[in-house]
Design a protein around this ligand. Structure first.
Ligand SMILES: Cc1ncc(COP(=O)(O)O)c(C=O)c1O
Length: 437
């Protein structure tokens, strides 16, 4: 008699039959040491609670992915669940002002230094599409300066030299290299690249193009690599000098480094900032925040203003706004950020010690709850040097995690308020066991 397939087998077979690659994402490049193709996804996540997810086979995994860093309060935080459940009964989508969205706008403006006005979207990518339009409309110019390695979401306009690109094929800055087939060739004419954390090189490039630039885009902590002191300040001065707006992509740093994001953490205020991820505790959200003046193209009533089109059926969604309000309540409590920073710092230090025990030197590059490292004897500051390090140990670590009950790869680890001592010990035991092999 044929064995009865488990529900997991059935669902994976369905996924392979109906989803390209049997999964939900596409990667342009493969991790080093893993040949040409990635393994197909081989498990499904059925539910989650706190710091853990459970597969459809009932396997419990410590979660260091956390919905791509969206679930900073921990999965299923009771206050988020209660608030959203109550909101579901009130109104799920209105395509109009709702109380939670209005409350949220005021809360964000109260804590984010650059925010006098905000607009809500469903994702960082969606917010970026409109932000670029606003910036170009204001400037009457098309070109943007972005840093090598920086990812600003999935829009064609910025999918150049991101962390999804193939670094060895990159042209030298400032010439952009598209990351994916399907990017219109004309997009490249609007992008100028610069090396992250190198203010002199950035300055030279920006000055050479000062009359063409609509904005300078910067992830204040770029793909888990924190800039050296002075870089963000230098960018601020440069932007002021050439009268080009400085835009911080705070989709990762926002509400994670602190309520005021990287701009409050580092004391450098951009002209415009983008948020998403952690704000929504997993509910879809994206935000553009800026001064009244920079945000004016989004004001249909602005006198003699330039108005950009920015529409969407689910914008300022009341469920996402409700989740965000609950998230801000939770994150505002004393000790929340101390916990997140301490946990991240302890993980970074634990990783350094674990690798050192096996004779390998790593460079932790993150900050607080943004945990990243590279296997290298010398400090890592930008994306090219990061990718020139030995990436094979990181890939091997990533591949071994699940066997040790961890969902999450070889770096860019996320944590939440639900990650405590037991979870830290679990993670470091897993790392030690994989390194020992
Ligand atoms: C820095 C940064 N900007 C923008 C985005 C895009 O945001 P979303 O995934 O919500 O579209 C991401 C996503 O990972 C990101 O890391």
């Amino acid at each position: 008699m044929a064995a009865i397939a488990s529900d997991t087998d059935r669902l994976l077979a369905l996924a392979r039959a109906h989803l390209p690659g049997g999964g939900i994402w596409t990667f342009a490049t493969r991790p080093p040491g893993f040949g040409k193709t990635l393994d197909l996804p081989d498990f499904l996540i059925e539910r989650a609670d706190g710091a853990y997810v459970w597969t459809t086979d009932g396997e419990r995994l410590l979660d260091l992915v956390l919905g791509s860093g969206t679930v900073l309060t921990g999965h299923g935080h009771p206050e988020v669940v209660a608030a959203v459940t109550a909101q579901v009964a009130r109104v799920v989508n209105a395509s109009h002002l709702t109380p939670p969205a209005v409350e949220l706008s005021a809360r964000i403006c109260a804590v984010v230094p650059c925010a006098e006005r905000v607009r809500f979207f469903n994702s960082g990518t969606e917010a970026w599409a409109v932000a670029l339009r606003v910036l170009r409309a204001r400037a009457g110019r098309d070109r943007i300066l972005k840093f090598e390695g920086a990812f600003h979401g999935g829009n064609d306009a910025t999918l150049f030299n991101t962390s999804f690109g193939d670094v060895p094929t990159w042209a030298a800055a400032p010439i952009p290299t598209p990351d994916t087939p399907g990017t219109a060739r004309s997009e490249a004419a609007n992008v100028i690249t610069a090396p992250y954390d190198d203010i002199d090189a950035t300055r030279a490039i920006a000055l050479a193009h000062r009359d063409e630039l609509a904005a300078i885009l910067c992830e204040p902590v770029m793909r888990g690599i924190a800039a050296r002191p002075g870089f963000l300040e230098g960018l601020r001065e440069l932007a002021d000098e050439i009268h080009v707006p400085l835009v911080f992509d705070e989709v990762i740093t926002g509400f994670r480094l602190g309520l005021g994001g990287a701009q409050a953490h580092y004391g450098v205020t951009p002209d415009l900032a983008l948020f998403g991820k952690a704000l929504g505790s997993g509910f879809p959200i994206g935000v553009i925040a800026g001064s009244e003046e920079v945000m004016e193209p989004l004001d249909p009533g602005a006198p003699d203003g330039i108005r950009v089109v920015a529409e969407g059926s689910t914008l300022a969604n009341p469920l996402s706004a409700t989740a965000a309000l609950a998230t801000l309540d939770i994150l505002s409590r004393p000790g929340a950020y101390e916990h997140l920073h301490a946990w991240g710092n302890r993980l970074a230090e634990g990783l350094r010690e674990a690798f050192a025990r096996h004779g390998i030197t790593i460079q932790p590059t993150g900050v607080g709850p943004i945990v990243e490292y590279y296997v290298s004897d010398s400090p890592v500051h930008d994306y090219r040097t990061a990718l020139a390090t030995d990436l094979v140990p990181k890939s091997r670590l990533a591949a071994g995690m699940r066997r040790h009950g961890v969902f999450g790869g070889g770096g860019r680890y996320n944590c939440s308020l639900a990650h405590g001592d037991a979870e830290l010990a679990h993670m470091l035991d897993a790392v030690e066991a994989i390194l020992a092999r």
